[in-house]
Design a protein around this ligand. Structure first.
Ligand code: PMP
Length: 458
């Protein structure tokens, strides 16, 4: 069922032997992480404060001593070139200087007041300048921002249905944690989701990415409040939009009165202002989290003047009481200070030029090796991030990604790299370059990649 010819995949026994060696090597090299994992297990489920932290391919999780720029040091004293960057939260590097300074300045002057400050108006002006939308609201996480946008979208359109793409991830948002049955096309619950009591097929429709016919059909009855999408799928393999897809998709949304919501939490890597600004497309709602305030918990959503009026109208018409939108610590003083510093110093052409430059070198180096070894694999790129895919062509949708998936090979690459001082994102084969990523970091990754190919006999 795979696109890749088996001749160019490593022998299963070689892969299994290498896995054993690498796991032993990890344990030998990380006595302190192993000891902390055992100790932490007494009080943390799975020995970690967030259970995902066990999803790395190593026998125990690496415990971090400190992280700075594009590097991270573990408690065993090993230094890593970090291409995971907190799964994008640290896209601008770990603890960027302007963020550290802004936090130090704000920390003694109030952390959270549930009131705006003298910086609020200034930050609003900067947001409009950088991201091109005039109105804004804040949240603490991208999951929350998406949840809140969905509430607004349903409230202002008076429609119940949500449309997402197969393979989407928009955080811990129940409505979006669904899959598409490949045979019937029906929405089905995502089997990994715990504690779900509702099957969101009642109100969520799922279609393949890059499929305008499916989009037209899903919108045709005029009942869909919003299409919530990443401009390129990034969480299920990197899947870029086909040329012209978004222009046509936006026109379809407009024709059917469906709001277009772009979640740019990951595609912020495209360029200053994300995919939207880079490609000159203005969605109805624009969402970002994670890296938006330099890695300090903060998320936001922007919208246009007409949408703002519709939002104000539904809020004013509702009875007094809970709106179901917002959390107490949203827009707290510390997050706002970090956001302002990020807008001034991180969301800039200079920063993105450094990220893109490092990504250029990495992409070229990987492609050179795929050519030299005649490997039918692909490097798919989106600004500062890229993904090595074990398939000859860039996937067009989640179905292509599923067909090309090779979890054992992916795990092997991750652990081999980790054991040699290079961190890749555990949940997918993403490599992200920060402004602090330099040619030495890229060279290190490429050298280890050579060693991995040799170890697999490829
Ligand atoms: N949107 C996208 C596109 C994401 O990739 C993620 C997290 N991977 C989220 C939203 C949720 O972010 P958070 O976990 O910070 O709420």
């Amino acid at each position: 069922m795979r696109d890749t010819p088996t001749a160019q995949l490593p022998d299963v026994d070689v892969l299994a032997r290498l896995r054993l060696c690498e796991r032993e090597r990890f344990v030998h090299q990380h006595p302190h992480s192993c000891a902390l994992a055992t100790r932490s297990a007494a009080h943390f489920l799975f020995g970690v404060p967030l259970h995902w932290m066990r999803d790395w391919p190593s026998p125990v999780t690496v415990f971090v001593r400190n992280a700075q720029g594009a590097e991270l040091t573990c408690v065993d004293g090993h230094q890593y070139a970090d291409f995971c960057l907190g799964d994008t939260g640290a896209m601008f590097g770990h603890s960027p200087e302007p963020i550290a300074q802004a936090l130090a300045k704000q920390a003694p002057n109030g952390l959270t007041t549930m009131l705006p400050s003298d910086a609020t108006a200034r930050i609003g002006e900067r947001l409009a300048q950088r991201f091109g939308l005039p109105f804004w609201q804040l949240a603490m996480t991208a999951s929350d921002a998406n949840r809140f946008v969905l509430r607004w979208a349903r409230a202002i359109t008076g429609r119940r249905y949500l449309l997402v793409f197969d393979g989407c991830y928009h955080g811990a948002v129940d409505d979006t944690l669904v899959d598409r049955d490949p045979v019937t096309g029906a929405t089905v619950p995502r089997p990994s989701v715990l504690g779900a009591v509702h099957n969101h097929d009642a109100y969520t429709r799922v279609i393949p990415f890059n499929d305008l016919d499916a989009l037209a059909a899903a919108l045709a009855d005029g009942q869909v409040a919003a299409l919530l999408a990443e401009p390129a799928l990034t969480n299920f393999g990197l899947v870029p939009p086909l040329p012209g897809f978004w222009g046509a998709a936006q026109a379809l949304c407009q024709r059917h009165g469906t709001l277009l919501v772009w979640d740019e939490t990951h595609t912020l890597s495209t360029g200053v202002g994300g995919f939207a600004r880079t490609h000159g497309i203005v969605p109805d709602f624009w969402v970002a989290g994670k890296a938006v305030a330099g890695g300090v918990p903060c998320a936001l959503y922007g919208f246009g003047g007409d949408t703002a009026q519709r939002m104000a109208a539904v809020k004013c018409a509702a009875p007094e009481g809970h709106s179901g939108i917002g959390t107490t610590l949203s827009a707290n003083a510390l997050a706002m200070a970090a956001l302002e510093a990020a807008l001034d110093h991180l969301h800039t052409d200079a920063t993105y030029a450094r990220m893109t430059q490092a990504a250029d070198v990495l992409e070229a180096g990987l492609n050179e090796r795929l050519r030299a070894h005649a490997l039918p694999w692909t490097v798919t790129r989106l600004g500062a991030r890229m993904e090595l895919q074990f398939t000859p062509a860039t996937p067009r949708n989640a179905h292509d990604v599923r067909r090309a998936a090779h979890p054992a090979l992916e795990e092997s690459l991750h652990l081999f790299m980790l054991n040699r001082g290079v961190l890749l994102t555990p949940f997918h084969g993403m490599m992200l370059c920060s402004p602090a990523t330099d040619t030495a970091h890229v060279d290190q990754l490429l050298t280890v990649f050579d060693e991995w190919l040799a170890a697999l006999g490829l």
